[in-house]
Design a protein around this ligand. Sequence first.
Ligand code: PMP
Length: 454
Amino acid sequence: IVESNTKSLVEKDRENVWHHISAYNEKNPPKIWESGEGAWITDHEGNRYLDGMSGLWAVNVGYGREELARAAYEQMKKMPYVSMTQSHEPAILLAEKLNEMLGDEYKIFYSNSGSDANEVAFKLARQYHQQNGEASRYKFISRYRAYHGNSMGALAATGQALRKYKYEPLAPGFLHVAPPDNYRRPEGQSIEEYNILRAQEFEEKIIWEQKETIAGIIMEPIITGGGILVPHPVYLEKVQEICNRHGVLLIIDEVICGFGRTGKAFGHQHFNLRPDIITMAKGLTSAYLPLSVTAIRKDIYEKFDTGEENSHFRHVNTFGGNPAACAVALKNIEIMENENLFDRSAELGERLQKELAILKDHPFVGDIRGLGFLLGIEIVEDKETRQPAKDERIAKIIGDCKANGLIVGRNGDTVAGFNNIIALSPPLSCTDDDLDFIIKVLKTVFAEIARTEG
Ligand code: PMP
């Protein structure tokens, strides 16, 4: 990097760029990342870190993939842009490929981000009910602790108050129920019983609100950003049953869980589910270019474009289905298939959980959970009371991991007080040595904290 004038890049960054959710200061300037290779990223001073969060849960095939850069380059050279009212080869081939991965039942709608994809899902669901003779169905139910995006609808669906309250009123008609948090279930309840009760909360909400007003339920198969909450299979199966019983559409948000993160192509494929609408982003292109998808099951789609007046879906975005982004997505999926990364994700995740199980012996580790190459470590003050750990303890873990060359995430829900989960979501392309490194750093850091705390 050439540092022009007399100011350093760090100074220019501080002056001009807004890193709005990170508390940077003179002593703690933001990292300026320069390059990446595999699971490793290098800052502008030459320090290397293993990216245990794949950026924001996104760079599934890892960094430095020349094939992806080449796919984008070739497509940009040939045809850089086609509006979404027309078509092009990468969009057609990608839709076909996604259907193959999903089970060949969906119509593929392209946009640019996970938030966009969810916004499309809400609009589609409302219009579907209107065209199905049930115009009164406009409400959506999601879960507390879930994150679904930053736009007024997707934020309304989000169940984390701190992200929302300064921007209200958001889109009306979004309701929430509690998610299954198996670690904090009431004493004496089996996980299965507890998950059934939690799923039934959807049905209660539907009944109290009058089922004729409910358009859809939106959920991730596993709540990721809200603290890696892995449900018992009975939970999702029950939700599916409730949707069927009440004519409510099931919208599955695969923005993080999709493209191998949980050890299968899509997270919902672990469960007996038949989603009406599926949203995807992040791992679709491994974040090399922005692209998202809203997949609509064909029997839902059949209510659109019927030839009747106004039966079209009125939604256009300039960049949706960008040719280079679609070409990158196709190549990205090809890499995942060639390198068997969905199975690899399951294998890496299993080894990670097995090797890290020993961390539960530390007095401040309450729970370790996950599915595929997605892991949450819940840090507590006290194992008996399960009181979430204080900020200092979590900051220490994250800081010490970073000092040892490993970037980990933190999540949960600040307002609910469960912002105490250390998250791991490394590239699925991690080597065995990378995995050993992750395990070694975590074991060392946790042991050292246990030792200094006595
Ligand atoms: N859904 C989920 C589950 C997400 O985690 C995110 C982003 N972290 C979104 C939707 C929104 O995606 P984007 O940031 O691309 O708008």
